[in-house]
Design a protein. Structure first.
Length: 263
């Protein structure tokens, strides 16, 4: 099975544990992963670039400011973000977006920072990685108003109608291990609807481990379980689904699959 994890967090300070995790990922069939960088604290954007630089053939980094952190992000932080996103090795802006479930930052500040990162993605001509929870209407309205048409809705948990709106904008939709959980019928119906050429799969490591690993720390190797479940819902062979989503991710983020895997 040829797999790409389109969204994971590998911020562990223990480099040895990251190396071991990536070895397990390769053994599971992963050929690439997109590692998400984001503001950790004022002036600190974490280690995603460093981690990705150690294995550039396997990891591509993004950089963004999460909606949880909108209230603490200063003008200087955004200027730093813009500099990072202009670097050629950074493949996308984000994750950014809206989270009305936790409301860790005031919604007005979330929306303002989301709009700024939408504009940044257009400025640097790179896709946008969008986090959205309990805020699909506001998210869609901002994306439409800012004329962003290239990116992914990460860890999608919406309905079929939500998916339709994002697809109409031009976005790809990424499915996480949540799709393997019980009582996720609306999400599963959306997965059945989404065209295969607009689908991505992800782990969102270290969160949201899929069944049968739920309750454990998630890691990129477990994206194989997401592929299997999505393939089941799409009534496809799991290897075919995995390869299709790998190609979608490579096309969106601009990395190359290993020779022989992209044919």
């Amino acid at each position: 099975m040829i797999l790409v994890d389109s969204h994971c967090h590998l911020e562990s300070p223990d480099c040895a544990s990251v190396e071991e995790m990536l070895a397990r990922a390769r053994a599971a069939g992963l050929v690439h992963a997109v590692v998400v960088g984001q503001l950790q604290s004022p002036g600190d954007f974490g280690r995603a670039l460093q981690v990705a630089a150690a294995t550039p053939d396997f990891l591509s980094p993004t950089m963004g400011i999460h909606p949880h952190d909108a209230a603490k992000a200063s003008a200087e932080d955004f200027e730093g973000l813009a500099r990072y996103c202009a670097q050629p090795e950074v493949v996308a802006v984000g994750e950014t977006g809206l989270d009305y479930y936790y409301d860790n930052s005031p919604r007005v500040e979330q929306r303002a920072l989301f709009r700024k990162q939408c504009a940044l993605s257009l400025q640097v001509r790179k896709p946008l990685v969008v986090h959205v929870r309990d805020a699909h209407r506001s998210c869609y309205e901002i994306l439409a108003a800012e004329a962003v048409t290239r990116g992914m809705i990460h860890c999608f948990t919406g309905t079929l109608e939500d998916a339709r709106k994002y697809l109409d904008l031009g976005f790809l939709i990424s499915i996480s291990g949540i799709v393997t959980y019980k009582k996720t019928e609306p999400l599963q119906e959306a997965v059945k609807f989404i065209p295969v050429d607009r689908l991505l799969i992800e782990t969102d490591s270290p969160y949201l481990a899929p069944i049968p690993f739920r309750g454990r720390k998630n890691e990129p190797a477990f994206v194989s379980e997401v592929a299997k479940k999505v393939a089941e819902l799409k009534r496809m062979d799991s290897e075919e689904l995995a390869l299709a989503t790998a190609r979608n991710s490579a096309a969106l983020f601009g990395f190359k699959l290993p020779a022989g895997d992209s044919a």
